[in-house]
Design a protein around this ligand. Structure first.
Ligand SMILES: Cc1cc2nc3c(=O)[nH]c(=O)nc-3n(C[C@H](O)[C@H](O)[C@H](O)COP(=O)(O)O)c2cc1C
Length: 412
């Protein structure tokens, strides 16, 4: 990692991970769009993720992208399970890179949370009745044949052939992600999806080598990490997203996470993206209270215990707060999801807020030039200064900072 100088806010200090350098430590967190066509991204994704790169982020994640078709939650989820997907993602990675950001992909598999409606329909399981409307249900796979919620669809408990097949899908997807031009890859091991379903004793009742004690329950996660690392080039970083804790009613906790992170580090994972959230089950699993930086304690623990760089995410929207998290050693990278949705130019605005002299270098020069002019206008006419607006060669009306342009005296 590069050393911070004293004048540049840490948030705007580049970070080098393996052979890849991000221009700053602001990361657009992965965000599912539910707008793909048989896994393939559309214009929406180009514009949606492109705007985060245009706004100045250092790393831009696209969305959780399924390694195989049955690993999607909905028919509209993103995937990278066909070779013809590659050029479609290439269009997005080329654009993100051209704006100066690192294009990043989160590979995932939802396991037993397959075959649902999207969030606008409360993620209800698809039924045969939905098949009439062309939303054919399918069976998910998981560590054990347990539904994600009471009454939900029962997945197939994966046998050893299924595990081999699934690892092969991770390998092929990582290769396609590379071919599509991604520089950074993250394995989604959180939020109650397939890897988490193996990790948690609530969803993993196996009695073979992939279940039982922590070592057994971690086996699948570690094999995925080894599989992706074997394909992902040694000069490109690999992240892993954890649910650092499952939440009330859950079982998985921070000590389990620290043990997992130790093993991931030994397998060449470069950074841990620290989220939280339950695997689901019999009862509701309330989340961590949604206050600013609610997960930053987890990134601090992971960072200190493992020595790996860590990502803090969750309700971070104040530039000074983001800077403090970095200065205090709570994280190496700050991720935003909804904050960027709300303000895609958040990095530019945060740079101004922190007094970073290079703020306008975050956007394209053709935009920066116009924004400099905007700043010049503001400097030329400070609030409250005397201003007259011309109506002709000889005619002017006074401009009032409270009321705007006064009516012209006299009839027209
Ligand atoms: C629309 C939306 C989609 C999301 N999709 C994903 C996803 O694909 N993968 C993931 O790990 N997290 C996903 N998340 C979680 C975010 O990456 C992030 O961790 C969470 O929203 C907390 O950050 P925030 O408070 O800045 O929004 C999603 C969040 C939102 C709002």
């Amino acid at each position: 990692m590069t050393q911070a100088d004293t004048t540049t806010p840490l948030l705007f200090t580049p970070i080098k991970l393996r052979g890849i350098t991000a221009r700053n430590r602001i990361m657009a967190s992965p965000m599912c769009q539910y707008l793909s066509d048989d896994g393939a991204p559309q214009d929406w994704q180009l514009v949606n993720f492109g705007r985060f790169a245009m706004g100045g982020c250092g790393i831009v994640f696209t969305e959780e992208t399924a390694v195989e078709a049955r690993g999607r939650k909905t028919h509209e989820c993103a995937g990278i399970y066909h070779d013809h997907h590659v050029p479609m993602y290439r269009r997005i990675t080329d654009f993100i890179r051209a704006q100066g950001a690192v294009p990043a992909i989160q590979l995932g598999h939802c396991g037993r949370r397959a075959s649902q409606h999207g969030p606008l329909k409360d993620r209800a399981p698809l039924t045969e009745a939905d098949a009439i409307g062309k939303l054919r249900p399918w069976q998910g796979i998981s560590a054990s044949a347990l539904p994600p919620t009471p009454g939900g669809n029962i997945p197939k408990a994966m046998d050893l052939d299924d595990i081999r097949e699934c690892l092969a899908a991770w390998r092929a997807a990582a290769q396609r992600a590379l071919d599509a031009g991604y520089d950074l890859c993250e394995i989604h091991g959180a939020h109650g999806y397939l890897i988490h379903q193996f990790l948690s004793p609530l969803s993993n009742l196996r009695t073979d080598a992939y279940g039982g004690d922590l070592q057994g329950r971690m086996r699948f996660a570690l094999e995925v990490a080894e599989t992706v690392r074997a394909v992902w080039p040694s000069d490109r970083p690999l992240f892993f997203r954890v649910s650092a804790i499952e939440g009330a009613g859950g079982v998985w906790g921070i000590e389990d996470t620290l043990a997992l992170v130790r093993e991931l580090k030994a397998r060449g994972v470069d950074a841990i993206d620290c989220s939280s959230g339950g695997v689901g089950g019999d009862g509701p699993m309330p989340g961590v209270p949604r206050v600013p930086g609610f997960q930053a304690g987890y990134s601090r623990e992971v960072r200190r215990a493992s020595g790996l760089p860590a990502v803090a995410v969750g309700m971070i929207s104040d530039a000074h707060h983001a800077e403090k998290l970095l200065r205090d050693g709570d994280a190496d990278v700050i991720a935003l999801a909804r904050g960027l949705m709300d303000d895609p130019n958040w990095p530019l605005h945060a740079a101004r807020e922190l007094g970073y002299a290079g703020a306008l270098k975050l956007v394209q020069e053709r935009e920066a030039q116009r924004l400099r002019l905007l700043e010049q206008h503001r400097a030329d006419y400070p609030q409250g200064s005397a201003v007259a607006i011309p109506y002709g060669p000889q005619e002017q009306v006074a401009y009032s900072w409270d009321e705007g342009i006064a009516a012209r005296p006299g009839p027209r």
